[in-house]
Ligand binder design. Structure first.
Ligand code: FCB
Length: 295
């Protein structure tokens, strides 16, 4: 993560090519962070944010600008426009945020009922504010630890945030993922180690290839190819952590015939090579000291 560390996710130019990044953006009028967050093409992952003090404004030039205050949340999907900053009438805006690549099972929780330009808006009930704020803080803290399984821990906390938001969103009726898409997802999981074509998967889902690709993206928020790659990389992480298989065998196990290509994809997604990732994990495991009496 060496090169990523030098860049600041609060400043423009940060690549956001990790799976999860979290932070707090304290904007004060005239301060160094007092610029407009303007990403017309969005980011590769989702961003969820929570206003903790002051006030922000989203889509100021649209027909429906939205002012956010303490307890208001925004959920910005992949590639949706980021167009927000401090509200002109307020001297500060502090918001916590988490950038993430969603797990496949989260789709149902990522569609909030109130959206403007694809961005979801939701108010946290006052009595639940502390709980949500603490979850955000723990994700922020743990994501910077980069210790053994810290990302899994963060994803677990983020899942709790999303489930709670789903509960707060009374206006939204329950929807479930299309059974045919689920069937294809299970098939992908069982067959990660081999070539998977859209044709074969659409056959499993009993649809035409174009209908399948379209519905898949609609329901899971990413393309079929992207989803398969995400599943492979997440399985690769598990194997690198929990097994002693050499990197080239992990690649073969996950259907990559070319270990160099696998390492490139892995590095692009997680910012480090598989080897460095494994070494980092082992170091952090070794540095975790067992409590007295616990082996
Ligand atoms: C930071 C912003 C924050 C969020 C993350 C992804 O730079 O301050 O609002 O957009 O990026």
């Amino acid at each position: 993560m060496g090169s990523l560390r030098k860049l600041d996710p609060l400043k423009p130019g940060y690549p956001f090519n990790a799976h999860l990044v979290a932070g707090l953006t304290p904007i004060y009028k005239g301060g160094e962070l007092d610029f407009w967050i303007d990403r017309p093409k969005g980011l590769k992952g989702y961003v969820i944010n929570l206003t903790v003090s002051g006030s922000g404004l989203a889509f100021p030039n649209s027909a429906s600008p939205v002012q956010v205050k303490k307890g208001d949340m925004m959920l910005i999907p992949t590639q949706a426009t980021h167009d927000y900053g401090r509200h002109f009438d307020c001297d500060s805006w502090h918001h916590r945020w988490i950038y993430f690549r969603p797990r496949a099972t989260w789709t149902e929780w990522l569609n909030w009922s109130r959206t403007i330009n694809n961005v979801g808006f939701l108010k946290i009930p006052d009595e639940s504010y502390e709980t949500i704020d603490e979850l955000f803080q723990t994700v922020d803290h743990s994501s910077k630890n980069e210790t053994f399984l810290s990302e899994e821990f963060c994803l677990n906390l983020l899942e709790q945030i999303l489930i709670r938001c789903r509960e707060f969103d009374h206006a939204r009726p329950c929807t479930t993922i299309d059974q045919r898409i689920l069937r294809a997802c299970h098939f992908i999981h069982e067959n990660l180690a081999r070539e998977l074509s859209i044709r074969e998967l659409s056959h499993i889902a009993c649809m035409s290839s174009s209908r399948f690709s379209h519905l898949f993206k609609d329901q899971l928020g990413v393309s079929v190819r992207q989803w398969i790659e995400d599943q492979r990389i997440s399985m690769a992480r598990q194997l690198l952590i929990t097994s002693s298989l050499p990197v080239n065998q992990v690649a073969v196990y996950l259907g990559y015939q070319d270990a160099l290509y696998f390492s490139r994809v892995f590095k692009k997604k997680l910012g480090v090579s598989p080897r460095t990732f494994r070494e980092g994990m082992h170091k952090s495991v070794i540095s975790i000291k067992p409590e007295r009496g616990v082996m």
